[in-house]
Ligand binder design. Structure first.
Ligand code: PLP
Length: 399
């Protein structure tokens, strides 16, 4: 046997790993209702036609070669325009780098920033990549608490306590995956102030910025224009093109504190050549064209959020906080019938044939005892899934 690297040992991605178990059932001809993956295209959402047309035209028009490593300037200009319109920010195109999804932006940024032994403050619970990639570089993800009873808002005091001389950065995911929490400007500002006090960089993941049901999302950099902040954003969710792998990173760095990190980021970006050229050209049209699909999507998701919230609140042995944005709900398993949340999720899969993701996959400390479901499916699909779960819960809790 030829051995793999030690650093690959701990790479495991809960959201996709549960699929392996579901596939086993499907091989036996059992229909599994999947509430596990944050991909709107897997349900009844579709990429707007003008964006699909733009991709085809880009290929026809010869955009089939490599793109610049930092991305086409015209796309970066459109992103700067969006930032001006939406967030009142005044970025230069050179502050922006196009990446192969937000996932690649965070992979490059953490590779450019973290040394072995460094620590990165991550929300507890978090989008798992922040834990995986931090550990991959021999650094340590340190979760700060978010408070379920307060709609999963960050615990500022906990965050403050967890900063030490090894802390290199702080991750804010707003709206959050997996909890759906939207943070008010005051809280975000407090978080950035703490980071500034300790000279650490703020990583702000805003991939769900336009998917908000109540209130308004404020970009982190717009609340603290002087602080060193890297913003990650992308097209997967809001523009309904997750498979096209289009994201970007924006450096907000008035005092030049991140200059060396930015250079390292761009060196790594050059070493991976570029992100897909035709998709970049299509994203120019996505930003310039009709934005109508966003309001339609949010309206549909809000109805689905309300339905999921009601059904899960009524379900025996389950309680849940109401998500304000994104497309997830993160309920708590109230009764201790199962050894852990993974056992719960596997039992739901094997007995009710509904696929969820275990909460500990998003944070072993603050995610455990929970599960994540997406609120993306049509109400009829969710109705069937929650009916099956209802029967399952009643049976198991009566045993
Ligand atoms: N960041 C967050 C918070 C996410 O939830 C996701 C996907 O679920 C991503 C990043 C990945 O986005 P992308 O498709 O742009 O890689």
């Amino acid at each position: 046997m030829i051995s793999p690297s030690n650093r690959a040992e701990n790479i495991s991605y809960a959201i996709r790993e549960v699929v392996v178990y579901a596939k086993e059932l499907e091989r036996k001809g059992i229909e599994v209702l999947k509430l596990n993956i944050g991909d709107p295209i897997a349900y009844d959402f579709d990429t707007p036609q003008h964006i699909k047309d733009a991709l085809y035209e880009a290929a026809e028009n010869g955009y089939n070669g490599y793109a610049p490593s930092e991305g086409y300037e015209e796309l970066r200009k459109e992103i700067a325009n969006r930032e001006r319109r939406r967030n009142g920010m005044d970025y230069d195109v050179d502050d922006i780098c196009i990446t192969t999804g937000v996932t690649e932006a965070l992979q490059i940024f953490l590779a450019a920033t973290l040394n072995e032994g460094d620590e990165l403050l991550v929300p507890g619970p978090t989008y798992p990549q922040y834990n995986l990639i931090t550990s991959f570089h021999g650094a340590k993800p340190v979760p700060y608490a978010t408070i379920e009873e307060e709609g999963w808002q960050p615990d500022i005091e906990d965050m403050r306590k967890k900063i030490n001389e090894r802390t290199k950065g702080m991750v804010i995911i707003n709206p959050n995956n997996p909890t759906g929490a939207l943070y008010p400007p005051k809280i975000v500002k407090e978080m950035v102030d703490i980071a500034a006090e300790h000279d650490i960089v703020v990583i702000s993941d805003e991939i769900y910025d336009d998917i908000v049901f109540e209130g308004r999302h404020h970009s982190t950099a717009s609340l603290a224009k002087d602080a060193p902040i890297i913003t990650f954003n992308g097209f997967s969710k809001v523009y309904l093109v997750p498979g096209w792998r289009m994201g970007y990173a924006i450096f907000n760095d008035a005092d030049g504190k991140m200059e060396k990190i930015k250079n390292a980021f761009l060196r790594i970006a050059r070493s991976r050549l570029c992100s897909p050229s035709i998709c970049q050209v299509a994203m120019i049209s996505a930003l310039k064209g009709s934005q109508e699909h966003i309001a339609e999507m949010v309206k549909k998701l809000k109805e689905r959020r309300d339905y999921a919230y009601r059904r899960l609140t009524e379900m025996e042995g389950i309680s849940t906080s109401k998500p304000d944005g994104a497309f997830y709900i993160f309920p708590k398993i109230e009764r201790n019938v199962w050894k852990n949340d993974k056992e719960f999720v596997l039992d739901v899969l094997n007995e009710a044939h509904v696929l969820l993701v275990h909460g500990s996959g998003f944070c072993p400390v603050y995610g455990k005892g929970h599960f994540r479901a997406v609120i993306l499916p049509p109400i009829e699909t969710m109705e069937e899934a929650f009916n099956r779960m209802d029967v399952f819960m009643k049976r198991r809790l009566a045993e």
